[in-house]
Design a protein around this ligand. Sequence first.
Ligand SMILES: C[S@@+](CC[C@H](N)C(=O)[O-])C[C@H]1O[C@@H](n2cnc3c(N)ncnc32)[C@H](O)[C@@H]1O
Length: 373
Amino acid sequence: MLKKLLVCSFLCAHASSVYAMQEEFIDPTRITKVPCQTQNKKGMNFNDLGPFEQEFLRYCRELEISESPEVGNILFLGEAYGRLPMRVGSEIASGLSKLFVNELSAENLQHLAKKLGIMKESGVIAGAQLADRMNLIIGDCLDLPNNEKFTRSFGNHIVDNCFDAIMCSNVLHFFDGEQVLKFFCNAFNFLKPGGEAYIFTQSREDDVSEKEMYTRRQNKTSVYIKTCFGVMEAAKKDPSILFPGLINEEWLCKTQLLNNILLGKPNGLCTFNYIPATTLQRFAHQLGFEVASKKFYSIVQEGDSIKTSEDNKGIYCGLILRKPEGYTGGHVTMETLDPAFVESCLTAKEKMKTFIDTKLNFLDQYPFVKSKE
Ligand SMILES: C[S@@+](CC[C@H](N)C(=O)[O-])C[C@H]1O[C@@H](n2cnc3c(N)ncnc32)[C@H](O)[C@@H]1O
Protein backbone atom coordinates (compact mmCIF):
# COMPACT_ATOMS: atom_id res chain seq x y z
CA MET A 1 0.00 0.00 0.00
CA LEU A 2 1.19 3.44 -0.85
CA LYS A 3 1.98 5.45 2.17
CA LYS A 4 1.83 9.15 1.56
CA LEU A 5 4.63 11.00 3.24
CA LEU A 6 5.39 14.54 3.91
CA VAL A 7 9.13 14.17 3.50
CA CYS A 8 11.46 16.64 5.26
CA SER A 9 10.51 18.06 8.64
CA PHE A 10 7.03 19.40 8.06
CA LEU A 11 6.65 22.35 6.27
CA CYS A 12 9.64 20.47 8.11
CA ALA A 13 33.85 20.96 -1.81
CA HIS A 14 37.27 19.58 -5.30
CA ALA A 15 37.69 16.05 -4.02
CA SER A 16 40.50 15.79 -1.57
CA SER A 17 41.72 13.48 1.11
CA VAL A 18 41.31 16.25 3.69
CA TYR A 19 37.87 14.81 4.38
CA ALA A 20 38.31 12.37 7.17
CA MET A 21 35.30 10.02 7.35
CA GLN A 22 34.17 9.55 10.89
CA GLU A 23 30.95 7.69 10.20
CA GLU A 24 29.47 5.21 7.75
CA PHE A 25 30.23 6.18 4.11
CA ILE A 26 27.14 7.16 2.13
CA ASP A 27 27.91 6.52 -1.54
CA PRO A 28 26.02 9.27 -3.43
CA THR A 29 25.46 6.87 -6.36
CA ARG A 30 23.93 4.19 -4.12
CA ILE A 31 21.63 5.81 -1.66
CA THR A 32 19.38 3.06 -0.41
CA LYS A 33 18.08 4.32 2.91
CA VAL A 34 14.54 5.58 2.97
CA PRO A 35 14.63 8.29 4.09
CA CYS A 36 18.33 9.14 3.85
CA GLN A 37 18.62 11.81 6.51
CA THR A 38 21.33 14.46 6.00
CA GLN A 39 24.07 14.52 8.64
CA ASN A 40 23.17 18.05 9.73
CA LYS A 41 19.50 17.04 10.02
CA LYS A 42 18.38 19.47 7.36
CA GLY A 43 16.06 17.23 5.39
CA MET A 44 17.14 14.30 3.26
CA ASN A 45 18.46 13.05 -0.08
CA PHE A 46 15.98 10.77 -1.85
CA ASN A 47 17.15 7.57 -3.48
CA ASP A 48 15.25 8.04 -6.77
CA LEU A 49 15.38 10.78 -9.35
CA GLY A 50 11.93 12.28 -9.68
CA PRO A 51 10.44 13.72 -12.89
CA PHE A 52 11.67 17.24 -12.07
CA GLU A 53 15.26 16.02 -11.71
CA GLN A 54 14.85 13.91 -14.89
CA GLU A 55 13.84 17.09 -16.67
CA PHE A 56 16.96 18.78 -15.35
CA LEU A 57 19.04 15.81 -16.55
CA ARG A 58 17.55 16.24 -20.06
CA TYR A 59 18.39 19.94 -19.98
CA CYS A 60 21.98 19.14 -18.96
CA ARG A 61 22.24 16.64 -21.86
CA GLU A 62 21.13 19.40 -24.23
CA LEU A 63 23.84 21.62 -22.83
CA GLU A 64 26.42 18.90 -23.43
CA ILE A 65 25.47 18.46 -27.08
CA SER A 66 25.35 22.20 -27.68
CA GLU A 67 27.76 23.29 -30.39
CA SER A 68 28.52 26.47 -28.49
CA PRO A 69 31.98 26.41 -26.91
CA GLU A 70 30.67 28.82 -24.30
CA VAL A 71 28.22 26.33 -22.77
CA GLY A 72 29.18 24.32 -19.77
CA ASN A 73 28.79 25.44 -16.17
CA ILE A 74 26.21 23.75 -13.96
CA LEU A 75 25.60 24.76 -10.35
CA PHE A 76 23.93 22.64 -7.64
CA LEU A 77 22.90 24.45 -4.45
CA GLY A 78 22.30 22.68 -1.12
CA GLU A 79 23.10 19.29 -2.65
CA ALA A 80 23.68 17.25 0.53
CA TYR A 81 25.47 14.03 -0.58
CA GLY A 82 25.71 14.93 -4.28
CA ARG A 83 23.42 12.26 -5.70
CA LEU A 84 22.14 14.43 -8.59
CA PRO A 85 25.50 15.86 -9.77
CA MET A 86 26.84 12.28 -9.82
CA ARG A 87 23.90 11.28 -12.06
CA VAL A 88 24.37 14.28 -14.34
CA GLY A 89 28.13 13.69 -14.53
CA SER A 90 28.00 9.95 -15.11
CA GLU A 91 25.08 9.92 -17.57
CA ILE A 92 26.91 12.44 -19.70
CA ALA A 93 30.23 10.67 -19.47
CA SER A 94 31.77 12.47 -22.45
CA GLY A 95 30.58 15.78 -21.03
CA LEU A 96 32.81 18.76 -20.71
CA SER A 97 30.64 20.80 -18.35
CA LYS A 98 32.06 21.88 -15.05
CA LEU A 99 29.83 20.84 -12.17
CA PHE A 100 29.89 23.11 -9.12
CA VAL A 101 28.37 21.41 -6.10
CA ASN A 102 27.54 23.57 -3.11
CA GLU A 103 26.46 22.33 0.31
CA LEU A 104 26.26 24.07 3.67
CA SER A 105 27.54 21.13 5.65
CA ALA A 106 31.06 19.74 5.22
CA GLU A 107 29.78 16.63 6.98
CA ASN A 108 27.33 15.99 4.14
CA LEU A 109 29.71 16.87 1.31
CA GLN A 110 32.57 14.74 2.58
CA HIS A 111 30.72 11.69 1.25
CA LEU A 112 30.84 13.05 -2.30
CA ALA A 113 34.47 14.08 -1.81
CA LYS A 114 35.30 10.54 -0.71
CA LYS A 115 33.46 9.04 -3.71
CA LEU A 116 35.37 11.31 -6.12
CA GLY A 117 38.64 10.39 -4.41
CA ILE A 118 37.86 6.67 -4.92
CA MET A 119 37.00 7.31 -8.58
CA LYS A 120 40.27 9.15 -9.16
CA GLU A 121 42.31 6.39 -7.57
CA SER A 122 40.45 3.59 -9.40
CA GLY A 123 42.36 4.19 -12.65
CA VAL A 124 39.10 4.20 -14.67
CA ILE A 125 39.58 7.14 -17.04
CA ALA A 126 35.89 8.19 -17.25
CA GLY A 127 35.62 8.22 -13.45
CA ALA A 128 38.78 10.26 -13.04
CA GLN A 129 37.59 12.71 -15.70
CA LEU A 130 34.27 13.15 -13.98
CA ALA A 131 36.00 13.74 -10.65
CA ASP A 132 38.09 16.44 -12.33
CA ARG A 133 34.94 18.19 -13.57
CA MET A 134 33.47 18.49 -10.09
CA ASN A 135 34.13 21.49 -7.88
CA LEU A 136 32.90 21.08 -4.34
CA ILE A 137 32.03 24.29 -2.53
CA ILE A 138 31.24 24.09 1.18
CA GLY A 139 29.33 27.03 2.60
CA ASP A 140 26.14 29.03 2.62
CA CYS A 141 24.81 29.22 -0.95
CA LEU A 142 23.60 32.74 -0.18
CA ASP A 143 27.18 33.78 0.42
CA LEU A 144 28.65 32.30 -2.77
CA PRO A 145 29.49 35.69 -4.35
CA ASN A 146 31.94 36.14 -1.44
CA ASN A 147 33.15 32.53 -1.32
CA GLU A 148 36.80 32.63 -2.46
CA LYS A 149 36.86 28.94 -3.40
CA PHE A 150 33.88 29.53 -5.67
CA THR A 151 34.73 32.92 -7.19
CA ARG A 152 38.35 32.09 -8.05
CA SER A 153 37.13 29.77 -10.83
CA PHE A 154 35.88 32.81 -12.70
CA GLY A 155 37.62 35.76 -14.40
CA ASN A 156 38.14 38.70 -12.00
CA HIS A 157 36.28 36.61 -9.40
CA ILE A 158 32.98 37.79 -10.94
CA VAL A 159 30.34 35.10 -10.99
CA ASP A 160 27.67 37.00 -12.92
CA ASN A 161 26.46 35.44 -16.20
CA CYS A 162 28.57 32.31 -15.68
CA PHE A 163 26.06 29.45 -15.40
CA ASP A 164 23.90 27.65 -17.94
CA ALA A 165 21.95 25.77 -15.32
CA ILE A 166 21.27 25.95 -11.61
CA MET A 167 19.49 23.30 -9.54
CA CYS A 168 18.21 23.92 -6.05
CA SER A 169 15.93 21.25 -4.63
CA ASN A 170 14.37 21.11 -1.18
CA VAL A 171 16.40 23.98 0.26
CA LEU A 172 14.24 27.11 0.00
CA HIS A 173 11.96 25.99 2.81
CA PHE A 174 14.86 26.54 5.23
CA PHE A 175 15.02 30.24 4.30
CA ASP A 176 13.22 33.27 5.73
CA GLY A 177 12.02 36.16 3.52
CA GLU A 178 15.35 37.98 3.34
CA GLN A 179 17.18 34.75 2.49
CA VAL A 180 14.68 33.83 -0.23
CA LEU A 181 15.21 37.29 -1.73
CA LYS A 182 19.02 36.85 -1.65
CA PHE A 183 18.63 33.42 -3.20
CA PHE A 184 16.62 34.73 -6.16
CA CYS A 185 19.00 37.68 -6.72
CA ASN A 186 22.03 35.34 -6.72
CA ALA A 187 20.38 32.81 -9.04
CA PHE A 188 19.45 35.54 -11.51
CA ASN A 189 22.94 37.08 -11.45
CA PHE A 190 24.76 33.73 -11.71
CA LEU A 191 22.81 32.65 -14.80
CA LYS A 192 23.90 33.50 -18.33
CA PRO A 193 21.17 35.08 -20.44
CA GLY A 194 19.11 32.12 -21.64
CA GLY A 195 20.27 29.99 -18.68
CA GLU A 196 17.74 28.19 -16.48
CA ALA A 197 17.23 27.82 -12.73
CA TYR A 198 15.44 24.66 -11.56
CA ILE A 199 13.83 25.26 -8.18
CA PHE A 200 11.94 22.59 -6.26
CA THR A 201 10.34 23.46 -2.96
CA GLN A 202 7.39 22.79 -0.72
CA SER A 203 4.56 24.89 -2.06
CA ARG A 204 1.11 24.79 -3.59
CA GLU A 205 -0.96 26.71 -6.15
CA ASP A 206 -3.96 27.25 -3.91
CA ASP A 207 -2.80 26.48 -0.47
CA VAL A 208 -3.23 22.96 0.80
CA SER A 209 -6.21 22.48 3.01
CA GLU A 210 -5.68 21.40 6.55
CA LYS A 211 -7.71 18.29 5.72
CA GLU A 212 -5.36 17.25 2.96
CA MET A 213 -2.37 17.85 5.18
CA TYR A 214 -3.95 15.89 7.97
CA THR A 215 -4.50 12.84 5.78
CA ARG A 216 -0.82 13.01 4.81
CA ARG A 217 0.41 12.81 8.35
CA GLN A 218 -2.17 11.23 10.52
CA ASN A 219 0.06 10.48 13.45
CA LYS A 220 1.08 11.91 16.75
CA THR A 221 2.32 15.15 15.23
CA SER A 222 -1.10 15.99 13.80
CA VAL A 223 -1.64 18.58 16.53
CA TYR A 224 1.51 20.31 15.35
CA ILE A 225 0.49 20.04 11.67
CA LYS A 226 -2.98 21.37 12.41
CA THR A 227 -1.51 24.24 14.38
CA CYS A 228 0.87 25.18 11.54
CA PHE A 229 -1.95 25.05 9.04
CA GLY A 230 -4.21 27.06 11.29
CA VAL A 231 -1.52 29.73 11.44
CA MET A 232 -0.95 29.67 7.68
CA GLU A 233 -4.63 29.70 6.81
CA ALA A 234 -5.13 32.77 8.99
CA ALA A 235 -1.98 34.55 7.72
CA LYS A 236 -2.81 34.05 4.06
CA LYS A 237 -5.96 36.13 4.56
CA ASP A 238 -3.75 39.13 5.34
CA PRO A 239 -2.66 40.48 1.92
CA SER A 240 0.32 42.30 3.44
CA ILE A 241 1.93 38.96 4.34
CA LEU A 242 4.09 37.63 1.50
CA PHE A 243 5.18 34.51 3.41
CA PRO A 244 2.17 33.14 5.30
CA GLY A 245 4.03 29.81 5.63
CA LEU A 246 7.06 31.29 7.40
CA ILE A 247 7.06 29.87 10.90
CA ASN A 248 9.69 29.72 13.58
CA GLU A 249 8.62 26.88 15.86
CA GLU A 250 9.59 28.92 18.92
CA TRP A 251 6.67 31.21 18.09
CA LEU A 252 4.30 28.27 18.48
CA CYS A 253 5.29 27.39 22.04
CA LYS A 254 2.04 28.83 23.36
CA THR A 255 0.30 25.94 25.07
CA GLN A 256 1.36 23.04 27.25
CA LEU A 257 0.47 20.56 24.50
CA LEU A 258 2.48 22.39 21.83
CA ASN A 259 5.37 22.82 24.26
CA ASN A 260 5.42 19.08 24.88
CA ILE A 261 5.41 18.30 21.17
CA LEU A 262 7.84 20.98 20.06
CA LEU A 263 10.36 20.67 22.86
CA GLY A 264 10.45 16.91 22.29
CA LYS A 265 11.36 17.21 18.60
CA PRO A 266 14.52 15.18 17.94
CA ASN A 267 15.94 17.76 15.52
CA GLY A 268 15.16 20.71 17.79
CA LEU A 269 13.13 23.77 16.94
CA CYS A 270 13.60 25.17 13.46
CA THR A 271 12.28 27.74 11.05
CA PHE A 272 10.54 26.61 7.88
CA ASN A 273 8.95 28.48 5.04
CA TYR A 274 6.17 26.93 3.07
CA ILE A 275 6.19 29.41 0.15
CA PRO A 276 2.94 29.75 -1.80
CA ALA A 277 3.31 29.38 -5.57
CA THR A 278 1.89 32.88 -6.00
CA THR A 279 4.79 34.25 -3.93
CA LEU A 280 7.31 32.24 -5.98
CA GLN A 281 5.71 33.68 -9.10
CA ARG A 282 6.06 37.22 -7.70
CA PHE A 283 9.79 36.61 -7.19
CA ALA A 284 10.13 35.45 -10.79
CA HIS A 285 8.32 38.57 -11.96
CA GLN A 286 10.28 40.97 -9.72
CA LEU A 287 13.61 39.58 -10.86
CA GLY A 288 12.66 39.53 -14.54
CA PHE A 289 12.77 35.76 -14.98
CA GLU A 290 10.64 34.05 -17.62
CA VAL A 291 8.66 31.19 -16.12
CA ALA A 292 9.51 28.32 -18.48
CA SER A 293 7.51 25.81 -16.45
CA LYS A 294 5.62 25.45 -13.18
CA LYS A 295 4.35 22.05 -12.06
CA PHE A 296 3.26 20.45 -8.80
CA TYR A 297 4.43 17.18 -7.38
CA SER A 298 3.69 14.83 -4.56
CA ILE A 299 6.05 12.46 -2.86
CA VAL A 300 5.11 8.93 -1.86
CA GLN A 301 6.95 6.01 -0.38
CA GLU A 302 6.73 2.83 -2.47
CA GLY A 303 8.49 -0.05 -0.79
CA ASP A 304 12.12 0.87 -0.47
CA SER A 305 12.04 4.00 -2.54
CA ILE A 306 10.62 7.45 -2.47
CA LYS A 307 8.82 8.39 -5.66
CA THR A 308 8.04 11.89 -6.78
CA SER A 309 5.23 12.21 -9.27
CA GLU A 310 3.44 15.04 -11.00
CA ASP A 311 0.29 15.84 -9.09
CA ASN A 312 -1.80 19.00 -9.31
CA LYS A 313 -2.72 18.51 -5.68
CA GLY A 314 0.85 17.89 -4.59
CA ILE A 315 2.57 20.08 -2.06
CA TYR A 316 5.84 20.56 -3.93
CA CYS A 317 6.37 23.09 -6.72
CA GLY A 318 8.96 22.59 -9.46
CA LEU A 319 9.71 25.89 -11.15
CA ILE A 320 11.93 26.36 -14.19
CA LEU A 321 12.95 30.00 -14.49
CA ARG A 322 14.84 31.38 -17.47
CA LYS A 323 16.97 34.51 -17.52
CA PRO A 324 15.83 36.16 -20.77
CA GLU A 325 18.03 35.61 -23.84
CA GLY A 326 19.75 38.88 -24.65
CA TYR A 327 19.35 40.23 -21.11
CA THR A 328 21.54 43.32 -20.75
CA GLY A 329 20.08 44.76 -17.53
CA GLY A 330 23.17 44.18 -15.41
CA HIS A 331 23.60 42.99 -11.84
CA VAL A 332 20.45 42.78 -9.72
CA THR A 333 20.52 43.80 -6.06
CA MET A 334 17.96 44.61 -3.40
CA GLU A 335 18.49 48.27 -4.35
CA THR A 336 17.47 47.70 -7.99
CA LEU A 337 14.20 45.96 -7.10
CA ASP A 338 10.81 47.39 -6.10
CA PRO A 339 11.37 48.82 -2.57
CA ALA A 340 7.93 47.73 -1.33
CA PHE A 341 8.57 44.15 -2.41
CA VAL A 342 12.03 44.15 -0.83
CA GLU A 343 10.57 45.55 2.39
CA SER A 344 7.96 42.79 2.56
CA CYS A 345 10.78 40.20 2.27
CA LEU A 346 13.03 41.88 4.82
CA THR A 347 10.26 42.24 7.38
CA ALA A 348 8.68 38.83 6.72
CA LYS A 349 9.90 37.20 9.95
CA GLU A 350 8.96 40.10 12.17
CA LYS A 351 5.53 40.37 10.48
CA MET A 352 4.71 36.72 10.97
CA LYS A 353 5.82 36.74 14.61
CA THR A 354 3.71 39.82 15.31
CA PHE A 355 0.78 38.26 13.47
CA ILE A 356 0.99 35.08 15.54
CA ASP A 357 1.40 37.00 18.81
CA THR A 358 -1.36 39.54 18.24
CA LYS A 359 -3.95 38.03 15.89
CA LEU A 360 -4.19 34.43 17.02
CA ASN A 361 -5.38 32.59 20.07
CA PHE A 362 -3.81 29.23 20.76
CA LEU A 363 -6.24 26.80 22.35
CA ASP A 364 -5.16 23.70 24.18
CA GLN A 365 -7.78 21.62 22.39
CA TYR A 366 -9.14 21.27 18.85
CA PRO A 367 -9.01 23.41 16.64
CA PHE A 368 -5.77 24.58 18.29
CA VAL A 369 -5.60 28.03 16.66
CA LYS A 370 -8.32 30.63 16.41
CA SER A 371 -8.27 34.13 14.96
CA LYS A 372 -8.80 36.83 17.55
CA GLU A 373 -12.00 38.77 17.13
C1 LIG B 1 16.56 18.41 2.10
S1 LIG B 1 18.25 18.45 1.72
C2 LIG B 1 18.14 18.44 -0.04
C3 LIG B 1 19.30 17.81 -0.73
C4 LIG B 1 19.21 17.78 -2.25
N1 LIG B 1 19.16 19.11 -2.80
C5 LIG B 1 18.03 16.96 -2.68
O1 LIG B 1 17.03 17.54 -3.12
O2 LIG B 1 18.09 15.74 -2.58
C6 LIG B 1 18.66 20.13 2.08
C7 LIG B 1 20.14 20.42 2.02
O3 LIG B 1 20.31 21.84 1.92
C8 LIG B 1 21.43 22.21 2.68
N2 LIG B 1 21.32 23.63 2.99
C9 LIG B 1 20.46 24.23 3.85
N3 LIG B 1 20.69 25.55 3.89
C10 LIG B 1 21.70 25.80 3.02
C11 LIG B 1 22.42 26.96 2.62
N4 LIG B 1 22.12 28.15 3.15
N5 LIG B 1 23.42 26.84 1.73
C12 LIG B 1 23.75 25.63 1.21
N6 LIG B 1 23.12 24.48 1.55
C13 LIG B 1 22.11 24.56 2.44
C14 LIG B 1 21.33 21.31 3.90
O4 LIG B 1 22.56 21.22 4.58
C15 LIG B 1 20.86 20.00 3.28
O5 LIG B 1 21.95 19.16 2.96
